[in-house]
Structure formats: C-alpha cells, structure tokens
Design a binder for this molecule. Sequence first.
Ligand SMILES: [Zn+2]
Ligand SMILES: [Zn+2]
Length: 144
Amino acid sequence: MKTLCCPRCQTELVRRFYKGMIEVDSCPECRGMWLDLDELDRLEDVVFDDDAHKGSLVHHLHAARCCCPQCGVEMQEFEYRMYDLHLDLCPERHGFWLDGGEDERVLEIMRQRAEQFNRHIGAEQEWRLLLKHIRLLLGQNRKK
Ligand SMILES: [Zn+2]
Ligand SMILES: [Zn+2]
C-alpha cells in the first residue's frame, strides 16, 4: 500500500482509529485527516430518521488549494451548511479531507444541538450520521 502525504503540509499520514468507529489517515503535523470512500463504506449502517439532514446538503464553493493524497488531482471545496463545515472533496471521489480541529469544532456544534433539542442521539452518533451522509454524497457521484 502506498504512503499518503498530507495535502496541506506534505507530511506522511499515519493510520489511526477515529472515535472508535473508523480508520483514518491523519497528519501528525497539522492534525488534518483524510477519509477515503472505502473506509466510509465500512461505517456501520445508520438510519436517516432525521429530515434535517436532507436540508443541509453540501454546496460547492470553489477549487481547493490542495490535491487529493491518492490521485494528486486538485480537490474541490464544499460546505456542509448545517455544521459550517468545510470539506475538500476529490473530484474523482476518492474521499475527503478535514482540516485539523474542524472535526472537534463540528463535534462541539453537535453537542450543542443535542442539548438544545434534548435528543436521545449523542454527538458521536450524529457525527456518524454526518460521515454516512458524506459517504452517500461521494457514492452518488462516483464515476463508473
Ligand atoms: Zn499536514
Ligand atoms: Zn483522488
């Protein structure tokens, strides 16, 4: 398996288990992480019982200034509105990049939401839903 490098700082990425649910390639320097579609495929199935997620689809912003660690193609920046989350997606649908700290910020927003709506669903469960949603997005547009 070839080694992947961080699209931001070119440091070699290391495998780590993220929140006990998914393996990611993360950068020890800038703490960003790469999630590829195959890894997202391994996420256990979660049911979308929340219509709110449908209204928060990802919107294209502009070309990102970094390249996919897998194929080197320039990535596209998207915005996941509900969480004010910026994602860099590979146009070849290899996966997406999250900058260091973005995931923690999103998790914090999720915690607040969970409290606000007094939901039984936890922040980590919500995070799982988000990843699943991104996986669907990547899968939908994947080239044959
Ligand atoms: Zn880095
Ligand atoms: Zn790629």
